[in-house]
Design a protein around this ligand. Structure first.
Ligand SMILES: Cc1cc2nc3c(=O)[nH]c(=O)nc-3n(C[C@H](O)[C@H](O)[C@H](O)COP(=O)(O)OP(=O)(O)OC[C@H]3O[C@@H](n4cnc5c(N)ncnc54)[C@H](O)[C@@H]3O)c2cc1C
Length: 461
């Protein structure tokens, strides 16, 4: 009998197992794959909240030692001629850097830490069924081992950390909510000999989202996401032309650093749907992509997996001290906390994933953010899961941003600025009208400004 069985031994599963084992709990960690597994479908960026966890858990040095990724201190967005590049805000005054470690190495480091903490890892062991007690509470797993034989193990809690197509979620019938289909598809590849300067660059131009950042072993990731209807699978040489062509069009200065012959390995393709799943029930919980899958355009899956594992492990550790009802209660609370943590960023990601071009007024807003260090840092902090969208798009923050909009901008923004900042204070309807006019240009992000957005407003590390 284990305290916890974790199904899936990559980021979210290994982190959950490690944290619980470090607390002295008996943990079985299984994965159907031979570990540490392949490269994984990821562009590897880990935002500061994820890096903070890795640092506190004593794993960061191992990931960043020789051949590891360099620190990234600034993120940028270019839309048409408007460029914003800003430093990342610090998380808990402690970590203001992102890294893009090799995915296989990250999995390996996490798994080793889980085993060192006392978790029992069984590879090539696939979940087939869940067992339940007389009251229908999940009580264990029926799995198939490497030699094809099946066996059963019991635990007080079964955690599904088994990715977006989670078997645990299917077997317990966990429903999805907030679901959106695949909104774009991307090409990405590794590139050698691109001089890096510690920055993530993203571009929005002609319904294309280009991105690049330095990763491990001196390599750089280059990619391009397109709306699904515009995406075409193509031979590697054609993808070189498509992606490098997009970079040349929007940022010739950066494109000049990239040798057309510099690609290392093949192009890869990514396409991910968006949904949350109810993450907890009697005797079970979901963590990582199993409970929450989002478009990779904001590169937040690993960071969310690490934060989610921490939240879950904290609740489970407290719950294991009591009876099964107490444990289920703690795990249910984890579900609410997870949603409060990620829901705002989920909406932001879905909005971003549409790859809609910025209108003139939106471009003026980005230009204003580039002039105001606090707003610039807030904007990239929002992308990096540090600043909640409800905080960034709060009326006070957006009204303050209007002070940085060019004086000689078009009449629409001048009017909005007057409504929000210049109209007599005894005319609150003027401010509300200003917010409605601004919100009309912000897509679903406008809901945050109007106070009508989904839950998840609280700032969390
Ligand atoms: C194209 C693309 C780019 C991305 N880029 C980034 C990025 O830059 N930054 C970022 O943070 N995130 C990125 N992500 C997302 C990130 O890869 C995921 O969020 C992350 O891998 C989730 O980790 P996980 O541990 O929850 O699940 P997974 O990594 O999916 O691991 C699930 C594990 O469960 C195991 N498993 C599944 N079913 C069973 C079963 N029945 N029995 C036993 N084991 C099972 C699998 O073998 C696997 O090892 C990207 C994703 C894609 C697709």
């Amino acid at each position: 009998m284990y305290d916890v069985i974790v199904v899936g031994a990559r980021i979210s599963g290994a982190a959950t197992a490690m944290l619980l084992a470090r607390e002295g709990h008996r943990v079985l960690l299984i994965d159907r794959a031979k570990m540490p597994g392949g490269k994984g479908a990821a562009t590897n960026l880990v935002h500061p909240p994820g890096i903070l966890r890795l640092k506190r858990w004593g794993l960061l040095d191992e990931l960043t030692e020789s051949g590891g990724p360099p620190p990234i201190h600034s993120y940028g967005l270019q839309t048409g001629p408007v460029r914003l590049m800003a430093r990342l805000p610090a998380v808990e005054d402690e970590v203001a850097e992102a890294y893009s470690p090799e995915r296989r190495r990250l999995d390996e480091v996490m798994q080793r830490a889980a085993v060192k903490a006392g978790a029992e890892l069984r590879e090539e062991t696939a979940l087939r069924e869940l067992t339940t007690d007389g009251a229908g509470r999940v009580s264990g797993v029926r799995v198939q081992g490497p030699d094809g034989s099946q066996f059963t193990e019991h635990a007080r809690l079964v955690v599904g950390a088994d990715g977006s197509n989670s078997t645990v979620a299917r077997l317990v019938g966990s429903e999805k909510y907030g679901a959106r289909p695949v909104l774009n598809k991307s090409h990405w590849a590794y590139w050698a000999d691109v001089p890096h300067d510690g920055r993530v660059r993203t571009y929005r131009h002609n319904r294309r989202h280009a991105f690049t950042w330095p990763t491990h072993d001196g390599l750089t990731i280059l990619g391009l996401a397109l709306p699904v209807a515009d995406f075409a699978a193509a031979p590697d040489e054609e993808r070189d032309r498509t992606v490098l062509g997009a970079f040349r069009e929007i940022d010739p200065e950066f494109a000049a650093r990239v040798s057309p012959e510099g690609r290392v390995g093949r192009w890869m393709t990514g396409a991910v749907p968006n949904f949350l799943r109810h993450p907890a029930g009697p005797g079970w919980a979901l963590v990582g992509d199993a409970g929450y899958t989002r478009d990779p355009i904001t590169a937040a899956g690993i960071t969310d997996a690490l934060r989610g594992a921490e939240l879950l492990a904290r609740g489970v550790a407290e719950g294991l001290a009591g009876d099964d009802r107490a444990l289920d209660r703690r795990v249910a609370e984890y579900g609410g906390r997870r949603d409060a943590l990620v829901r705002g960023h989920f909406e932001y990601t879905c909005d971003h994933a549409l790859i809609a071009d910025y209108g003139r007024e939106e471009q003026e807003f980005v230009r204003a953010m580039a002039k105001s260090p606090a707003h610039g840092s807030g904007m990239v902090g929002m992308f990096a899961t540090i600043v909640p969208p409800a905080e960034f798009y709060s009326p006070a923050n957006i009204h303050a941003l209007l002070d940085h909009v060019d004086r000689d901008t078009g009449w629409k923004l001048r009017f909005v600025r007057w409504l929000a900042r210049g109209a007599p204070r005894r005319l609150p309807p003027a401010t509300r009208l200003a917010d409605r006019l601004i919100a009309a240009n912000l897509g679903s992000m406008g809901d945050f400004l109007l106070g009508a957005a989904a839950p998840g407003a609280g700032r969390a590390a």
